[in-house]
Design a protein around this ligand. Sequence first.
Ligand code: C5P
Length: 239
Amino acid sequence: MTQPLTPTERLVVALDVSSRKEALTLARQLQGRVGMLKVGLELFCAEGPGFVKEIQTFAPVFLDLKLHDIPNTVRRALETLLPLDVRLINIHAQGGPTMIEAAAEAVQAHRKGGGRTELLAVTVLTSLDREALARLGNTTEPGELALHLARLAQECGADGVVCSAQEAELVRTVCGKDFHRLTPGIRPKGASAQDQARILTPAQALHNGATWLVVGRPITQAPDPAAAADAILAEIAVC
Ligand code: C5P
């Protein structure tokens, strides 16, 4: 039987900064307090794959590049990235079934060779609400669309999804508990929503069945990031 994750293992901090120096400062402050460090587009574009290797000495990395292109291009990009052996990597489920399958094949081949990387598919960005989706020509409710895309991602071989914590419970019920749910859009009580539309507190997200919580600005822009992380860990420890 697999052990339940500890609060620390569940916390993923988004290093949304654009320099090695800022990222290393945060990584040092957060070492031992987080299960993963998330390297997204901003930091990856600024510092590249070499920096991903370096930051992995502080904590495992979730490489959040949200790949979305034709299947062959996504597969080849993943084959270039997989030797980094990050803990998690992701694609957009909206790239379609053949693209998800191509990505899953690349990741599964990496694991057969002894790698540890798992593949997540982004369902609906947590910054998109019903109105924004409608302006994109999609009148499906965000939650319904996220569930539909989670089912598709699972059928096509992904290991889990990135979804709003508001959808995590339904995804767990429909796709099973072993299909991971990584949830951004987390805001401790009283924190500003900023540009996120579908938000929940860390405790609510865990109650809703999130596997991992992604927290960015509430920790990285706090006057004391370590104390902000500790407050979140204390909140989820009692869940
Ligand atoms: O600062 P904040 O906590 O809003 O950061 C959330 C992080 O999660 C950002 O790095 C953002 O790119 C990422 N993310 C998201 N919504 C998704 C997928 C990823 O906000 N659906």
